[in-house]
Design a protein around this ligand. Structure first.
Ligand code: HPA
Length: 272
């Protein structure tokens, strides 16, 4: 199958340059890139060097894998991801997740910048994902099923791993990080939402909205990876504050949360 061939070609290149097998895969969202300075013995592979690999076109998203360690945990970190709104197919969007699983990672931490819908949230809050709504984007598993990766009709009744949630909660408690919980809803983007759409998403049970993550979590669960997700609430969603939204503000707010975010993820890696 074509998708498996693309995956294997990408893996052949990456494995020739990989210095260690990762245990944990981490995807860094907008503005959260500072985390990689915490890794020891880091090495890099630029996305543009990997055959068949999608390369991000958004400013603020560098494009490379960073390999390194936090304590005894070996990580592969994505500095930058590609989004559906850039014009890639969903299959291309989730290729990096499949590749990190192919590298050996069995745990995936997804992070993103998101707009807050829950009125108890404030910009700068971190939100642990407890569940998600992906009904407004195509499934990344559409098309022939790659049986070697997972089953045709994968269960999604527990996308975000209960134990990983408990570990995150424990770290947040220990380091006095105010960690919110909630349901993440993925839109196609690239436009932000209208106030009426945000009202609808609220009625549907969403606490935060963004343009990534949910399809990556589906692809990871298809392969049986354990998944955790953290959103940085960079702004209140459309209609919930009196200011128009822009990408610069989203990045600035993520920068402000980056110290807390780094503490959370670093100590999570030390605790699993
Ligand atoms: N909507 C969608 N995506 C986002 C937002 C938002 O308000 N903030 C950051 N990413």
């Amino acid at each position: 199958m074509e998708s498996m061939k693309i995956l294997e070609e990408a893996y052949a290149y990456v494995s020739s340059r990989m210095t260690q097998k990762p245990d944990v895969a981490l995807v860094l969202g907008s503005g959260l890139g500072g985390f990689t300075s915490r890794l020891s013995d880091s090495t890099y592979i630029d996305y543009k060097d990997i055959p068949g690999f999608p390369v991000s076109t958004v400013s603020g998203h560098n494009g490379r894998f960073v390999f390194g360690s936090i304590g005894n945990t070996s990580l592969v970190v994505m500095e930058g991801r590609v989004h559906y709104y850039e014009g890639y197919s969903m299959e291309q969007v989730i290729l990096p997740i499949r590749l990190m699983h192919r590298m050996g990672a069995d745990t995936l931490i997804l992070t993103n910048a998101a707009g807050g819908i829950n009125s108890s949230f404030e910009p700068g809050d971190l939100m642990l994902l407890t569940d998600q709504i992906a009904s407004f984007v195509p499934s990344p598993l559409r098309g022939p099923n790659a049986e070697s990766l997972g089953t045709r009709f994968p269960d999604m009744s527990r996308i975000y791993d209960e134990r990983l949630i408990q570990v995150m909660e424990g770290v947040a408690l220990k380091f006095n990080i105010n960690l919110k919980h909630g349901v993440y809803l993925q839109t196609q983007g690239p436009n932000y939402e209208s106030p009426a759409e945000i009202k609808m998403f609220k009625l549907l049970g969403a606490d935060a909205v963004g343009m990534s993550t949910a399809v990556e979590a589906i692809a990871a669960r298809h392969m049986g990876m354990r998944v955790a997700g953290v959103s940085c609430i960079t702004n209140m969603a459309s209609g919930l504050s009196d200011r128009p939204l822009n990408h610069i503000e989203v990045k600035d707010a993520a920068d402000k949360a980056s110290a807390r975010f780094t503490t959370l993820i670093e100590n999570f890696c030390l605790s699993i």
